[in-house]
Ligand binder design. Structure first.
Ligand SMILES: [Zn+2]
Length: 155
């Protein structure tokens, strides 16, 4: 009973942040249909159809996007170190911190979730540029050319 309540509360927290219904289903186990209905109640429109990007590399197509992903990754790393055994709560905390710190950032919640999975699985790594000391994200670019998002030097 309590577990169910917790899952429902979590689903609402995720849907409020426009998480994809598929992701919410995966995380909470709640069926797709009631999740879609809840999304409509919260936002007054149907959830956006379409597929979710599968990897961080698909999200870093431009310099600006790479920067957005890197900023979220830094927020996630901090949140994950405090909430080590609760990944989804770490994503929510990191996403809120990202939105708060960078109100013009374009990364949506579902993309943030994909990035957090890749960090957790160590497919991408947060590091520091040796030239300008800015945060960089390694192994995150589609062309695999490692460049700093700030000073543009090769890493
Ligand atoms: Zn740099």
């Amino acid at each position: 009973m309590l577990k169910k309540y917790q899952q429902q509360t979590l689903a609402i927290e995720l849907l409020k942040r426009h998480a994809r219904v598929k992701i919410v289903h995966q995380v909470t186990g709640i069926p797709i249909k009631p999740l879609r209905q809840t999304y409509r109640q919260l936002h007054g429109r149907s959830p956006t159809p379409g597929s979710i990007k599968f990897s961080t590399r698909g999200l870093t197509g431009s310099r600006r996007k790479y920067k957005d992903v890197t900023l979220f990754a830094v927020c996630y790393r901090v949140a994950a170190s405090k909430l080590a055994d609760d990944q989804i709560q770490a994503v929510i905390t990191a996403f809120d911190a990202y939105k708060h710190s960078y109100p013009f950032g374009n990364l949506d919640f579902s993309a943030a979730w994909v990035v957090s999975e890749d960090i957790k699985d160590k497919k991408v790594q947060v590091s520091i540029c040796p030239h300008c000391r800015a945060w960089v994200l390694l192994n995150a670019r589609e062309d695999l050319v490692e460049r700093c998002g700030v000073c543009n030097n090769y890493l």
